[in-house]
Write a protein that binds this ligand. Structure first.
Ligand SMILES: [Fe+2]
Length: 248
């Protein structure tokens, strides 16, 4: 199973919209075109939030326009900038989904909604935690991959770490207690961070638009880094391999 994760597209209602001197539509289109041309064997595309920058209907139409060349299933999840209502409408079209999880072979892919109303911070919802816990206890023969928008561990950037998933310890405890959770990946931080916990690899994926300097005290744009995406390979023995691909 081969999944590609893209994240933090920050699309506007206008295709000419730029933020931090990047045209987000053109940048996301460049990334998705690269994926469509380079990964004909792709099984799914996961888009881990901040799809939109302004939460408008038009920004999600721009997403559908950009992903038109992708033939596989696409899974959307919200970030702090997104409209959940618009994501659900967007996901009513062919091949685009916004379910909480999907199963393929002996892996379960679980996509939490970490958007906290009225706040840029992340938060895990009790009902989603309960569903995840239930799936863990009922599927001892499956491996688990978790996708999030916000980071569940501190990344060493004080400004960003204020927006961490406030109750991430619930997820971290589950990883400590359960050897079948093999991976956790997120977006939001616009750079690459990698660590591990028990049997799980924990990592972020770079944005399709502007990049930020890792481990900086305040939020600083990294003009020396290009947009990118993450490829993740899932083996039937529970092994997971991953790589970042940068595009310019
Ligand atoms: Fe975000």
């Amino acid at each position: 199973m081969k999944i590609i994760q893209i994240t933090d597209l920050h699309l506007g209602c206008d295709k000419n919209y730029s933020t931090f001197e990047v045209n987000t539509y053109q940048s996301a289109r460049m990334i998705v075109n690269h994926i469509a041309e380079s990964h004909k064997d792709l099984d799914a595309l996961v888009i881990s939030g901040d799809i939109s920058d302004d939460a408008t209907k038009e920004s999600y139409s721009n997403l559908l326009d950009i992903t038109d060349k992708i033939d596989t299933d696409i899974y959307l999840m919200p970030g702090n900038h997104d409209s959940i209502k618009e994501i659900k409408e967007c996901a009513s079209s062919n091949k685009v989904n916004s379910e909480l999880y999907f199963t393929h072979g002996n892996w379960i892919y679980f996509m939490f909604n970490t958007k906290k109303d009225g706040s840029p911070n992340g938060f895990l919802k009790q009902n989603e935690i309960e569903i995840f816990r239930d799936m863990l206890s009922k599927n001892k023969d499956k491996y688990f991959m978790v996708f999030l928008h916000h980071h569940p561990v501190e990344i060493g950037s004080p400004t960003m770490d204020k927006m961490i998933i406030e109750n991430a310890n619930i997820l971290l405890d589950l990883i400590q207690q359960n050897e079948l959770i093999r991976g956790v990946s997120w977006g939001h931080i616009h750079n690459v961070f990698e660590t591990d916990l028990n049997n799980a690899k924990l990592f972020s994926t770079p944005s399709t638009c502007y990049q930020s300097k890792p481990k900086s005290k305040t939020f600083i744009i990294d003009t020396g880094e290009t947009p990118g995406y993450r490829v993740i390979y899932f083996s039937s023995n529970g092994n997971l391999e991953t790589q970042i691909i940068r595009v310019s």
